[in-house]
Design a protein around this ligand. Structure first.
Ligand SMILES: Nc1ncnc2c1ncn2[C@@H]1O[C@H](COP(=O)(O)OP(=O)(O)O)[C@@H](O)[C@H]1O
Ligand SMILES: [Mg+2]
Length: 255
């Protein structure tokens, strides 16, 4: 069964694109067939996370029927597919639900997961992504501004009958003023299904044009994202401690 999951947030900059890039790569590590679609067609940057900022054929071309879907699919060497959106102003366009769904449904039966990188908020683009998906993961940071906006996403998702899978809390620093995971669950009325720490390796990975799960699989963020992917895929995965892992590597065992 193909699962079409939108990664959404109310507030911008909370980590949606980073999570889409990494969950895609992580699910591929669990041998799942995954397609990442850039549903953020006005301020797209999913391609940048994979080092393909100027892919010649994009989602916009497919939605405008100027190119076949096949030509817009980038096959990443790590074993997953990406449909980038155009980064230039020239091809600026708001997606239309039917055209967008057309693209998504071409992968039904062909991929295990289709992950949609959504625009923030509840503008047209974000609504199209939310409506077109079957399920949604809402991303937030552990602070009130992003939580307040995140709740709206979950309510609109319910209206569209898109199933709320839960909340991913990103950039957790463990500081006293942060909203606790319990507090987030109470506020959102949804389970926290993933927690990703603030981790400088994430920024280093983006600069190196690779998802952190590939660039530095032993980093705290990578291990936590692998755990979220394992949960999605129904795989057993224990985010190992740094020490055990280092010992394992010394003994020549894979991490
Ligand atoms: N867990 C993290 N640790 C450190 N930096 C992060 C983390 N997640 C995201 N970032 C930083 O935040 C920036 C914005 O993230 P992005 O994924 O583009 O957010 P969104 O797609 O929600 O707008 C990234 O470019 C990266 O520098
Ligand atoms: Mg983004």
């Amino acid at each position: 069964m193909t699962r079409i999951i939108c990664i959404a947030s109310g507030k911008g900059g909370v980590g949606k694109t980073t999570l889409v890039a990494n969950l895609t790569a992580a699910l591929a590590q669990f041998n799942r067939s995954v397609v990442a679609v850039d549903g953020n067609t006005t301020t797209s940057n999913l391609g940048i996370h994979f080092g393909i900022p100027l892919y010649p054929v994009t989602l916009q071309d497919v939605m405008r029927k100027k190119a076949s879907l096949r030509r817009a699919i980038y096959h990443h060497p790590a074993g997953f597919r990406i449909i980038p959106a155009d980064v230039s102003l020239r091809k600026l366009m708001l997606p239309d639900t039917d055209a967008f769904m057309d693209v998504l449904y071409r992968f039904v039966g062909d991929a295990d997961f289709v992950l949609i990188d959504s625009a923030a908020g509840l503008g047209k683009e974000a609504k199209v992504a939310l409506e077109s998906a079957d399920e949604v993961l809402t991303v937030t940071n552990p602070d009130m501004p992003s939580l307040t906006d995140a709740v709206k996403i979950t309510k609109v998702a319910s209206r569209y009958e898109t199933r709320n899978l839960g909340v991913i809390v990103n950039r957790v620093r463990g500081e006293k003023h942060e909203v606790s995971l319990d507090g987030i669950e109470r506020f959102m009325k949804l389970p926290v299904v993933g927690r990703v720490p603030e981790d400088r390796h994430v920024r280093a990975a983006i600069a190196s044009r690779q998802p952190v799960v590939l660039y530095n699989p032993y980093s705290p963020a990578a291990r936590n994202i692998m755990a979220i992917a394992a949960w999605l895929a129904g795989e057993d995965y224990a985010a190992k401690t740094g020490l055990l892992e280092r010992l394992g590597r010394l003994l020549g065992r894979p991490g």
